[in-house]
Structure formats: C-alpha cells, structure tokens
Design a protein around this ligand. Structure first.
Ligand code: SAM
Length: 199
C-alpha cells in the first residue's frame, strides 16, 4: 500500500494542516493510555511528523506494525526517509486522506491513535466519513484513542471554540459504536479519550 495511494484533486484542497505537538505531548503517555502492546498493529491517523509513530514502533516490536498515515505528502516522505535511515522496519507510511478512504483491510488495526486531528474534522463537517473508515479498519474490541487539546483559552492549539471537550469526543465515539472506557490527562495541554469498537 505504500506509495500506491493518490489523493483526488478534489480532496487535496480540504486538508487541514497543523503544527506538530512533538514538544508538548509525550508520545509514551499517549501510547500507554491507548493500551498499545507488543505485537499490535497501530494506525497513527494524521501522523504529522511521525513522533508518535516512531515511539509506537518501539513498543509494538518486531511482531507488530505501525502505519503512519497523513494527507500531507512532505510529512509522509520525511517519515519514510527517517524510518529507512534509522532502520525502523516495522513502520510503514501511508499517503491518504482520512475523509476519503483508508487503504487498509477491514478489521486489521488493534489500536488507532488520532492526536490533534479530530477537532479539524468537526470544524470541516467531515466526522462521518472519517469515523466510518476508522470503525471499518479497527478490529471489533479494538481501540480508538483520541488525544486532543484541553478546552482552555489561549495557545497552544486551535481557538477555544474549535477545541473539543472530552465529552464532545465521547459523544462522537458513541455515535460510531465506540464505547468510551476512559479519559486520561496525557500532558499539560492534552487529554485522551479511549473507545472500544463494539461493532
Ligand atoms: C495538528 S497536526 C497533528 C499531527 C500529529 N498527530 C501531532 O499530534 O503532532 C494534524 C495532522 O493531520 C493531518 N491531516 C489533516 N487532515 C487530514 C486528512 N483528511 N487525512 C489525513 N491526514 C490529515 C495533517 O496533514 C497534519 O499532519
């Protein structure tokens, strides 16, 4: 699936970019809260510069696999280059648009992490397309772990009115048959809501 997926011209215009949260979010805390374990398949949905994906590749080990997916070609290319340079062979990049199609099989993912991306889909009214695809690729009883900026005024993150509360995230998850099971503080500016796929 690497490199074979192309975005349609129509979709290219809708992508919301954003800064990496590498300096303010500890990937270990995110992944611990998600319950990721050795041997798992992880999808990092909207992986940005891949700092969560690289941490996950160490956690899942040689029997696991990490898919770093993003719609921003430069980010995907940089992750691919870094993985090759560092000899990380359980990390694959996917250039794809989450609002369109995730080029992975049904029920192929143990844990999907989405960090600092969901608020953009809410803002763009794209939640339904994205959640249907997440639900399709995550196994039954698999995890969808959403990290978002706490709903506090001021930077970092998007404007206050765009930030989501944990309850907002839970309300989205239940609509797509993910049962919210926990909400964690994962950093000074972040929380994580974890849902289990009940499909
Ligand atoms: C704010 S950044 C977060 C990056 C990373 N997860 C982090 O926490 O630093 C949002 C990321 O989502 C990606 N993104 C936005 N819309 C997308 C879409 N429709 N499909 C795939 N990726 C998307 C952007 O290219 C960007 O890398």
């Amino acid at each position: 699936m690497m490199g074979g997926y192309k975005l349609s011209d129509e979709k290219k215009g809708h992508v919301h970019h954003g800064k990496t949260t590498r300096n303010i979010l500890n990937p270990g805390r995110v992944l611990t809260a998600s319950g990721l374990k050795s041997g798992d398949t992880l999808l990092d949905a909207g992986s940005g510069d891949g700092f969560i994906s690289f941490a996950a590749s160490q956690l899942v080990g040689e029997n696991g696999i990490v898919y770093a997916l993003d719609a921003y070609p430069e980010s995907v290319a940089n992750i691919k280059e870094e993985a090759e340079k560092e000899g990380v062979n359980n990390l694959e990049t996917i250039f794809a648009d989450l609002t369109d199609e995730i080029p992975l099989d049904d029920n192929s993912v143990d844990v999907c992490v989405m960090a600092n991306v969901l608020h953009g889909f809410v803002e763009n009214n794209e939640v339904e397309e994205v959640m249907k695809e997440i639900s399709r690729v995550v196994k039954s009883e698999g995890v969808f772990a959403v990290a978002e900026f706490k709903k506090l005024a001021g930077p970092p993150g998007p404007p206050l009115e765009v930030k989501l509360s944990p309850q907002d995230v839970e309300d989205i998850l239940v609509q797509y048959d993910f049962e919210p099971v926990s909400s964690w503080e994962v950093g000074q500016y972040h929380y994580l809501v974890k849902g289990i796929n009940q499909k």
